[in-house]
Design a protein around this ligand. Structure first.
Ligand SMILES: [Zn+2]
Length: 224
């Protein structure tokens, strides 16, 4: 039986982070915890957190680290996660969040923080192809559209190109991501949890590379 895993997945937009996080959760048979999906579910389900989050986002503000971590913590404490682990996708985004997470989790419990690296030129090409469900946020692309006429396979919502997927907007988001994430990556490196993997190639090849690197990292630490 494949052992479980406790994994944080980092990577800029267009690096294939979501796709790899789902594939890794299948491989290791652990829940895929995607903060974006969780947040949308809270808003749709009209939970207290959902109401609070919606009014903050509607006013153009960002959710506080405390709110995000509270939501993630609730999920991390559930039985399925406790049993085998998780693939965490979308959090932490900052060193502050990473430290808060380490307090809940104890940093030694994490197997690795995975950084999927893809050059900017590749990301720009991928994002120009990207289409997204306007209701549930599922990603598609020109190369892998939904089965029926740009209607979401999962919720039947309309699949569209995001308005902010222009080259200029994408470059701006990538620069912002790098500025914000560099300290986070550095923090995981200092804590000997960082595993960098080249994200160029077919999703299957990238997945194989990731699993090899994670296992190598785990093995290396176990034998210390
Ligand atoms: Zn949908």
């Amino acid at each position: 039986m494949v052992p479980g895993v406790k994994l944080v997945v980092l990577g800029k937009q267009g690096a294939g982070k979501g796709t790899q996080a789902v594939a890794l959760s299948h491989h290791y048979v652990v829940p895929h915890i995607a903060t974006g999906d969780m947040l949308r579910a809270h808003v749709r389900g009209g939970t207290e957190l959902g109401h609070k989050a919606k009014s903050i986002m509607d006013s153009g503000e960002l959710l506080s680290d405390e709110m995000i971590i509270e939501m993630v913590a609730e999920r991390l404490w559930s039985a399925d996660v406790r049993a085998r682990g998780f693939v965490l996708d979308g959090c932490p985004r900052t060193v502050h969040q990473a430290k808060m997470l380490a307090e809940i989790l104890d940093v030694d419990e994490l197997d690795a923080a995975l950084d999927i690296e893809v050059p900017t030129s590749e990301v720009l090409a991928r994002l120009a192809q990207r289409r997204v469900c306007s209701d549930c946020g599922t990603n598609y692309s020109i190369a892998s559209p939904p089965r029926i006429n740009w209607t979401c396979d999962i919720c039947f919502g309309e699949v569209v190109q995001r308005e902010d997927d222009t080259e200029e907007a994408i470059r701006r988001r990538l620069e912002l991501y790098e500025r914000e994430t560099e300290p986070l990556i550095e923090w995981y490196r200092e804590n000997e949890l960082l595993v960098k993997v080249e994200g160029v190639g077919s999703p299957d090849n990238v997945l194989r590379r990731i699993i090899e690197s994670v296992e190598e990292h785990r093995g290396g630490r176990a034998s210390l």
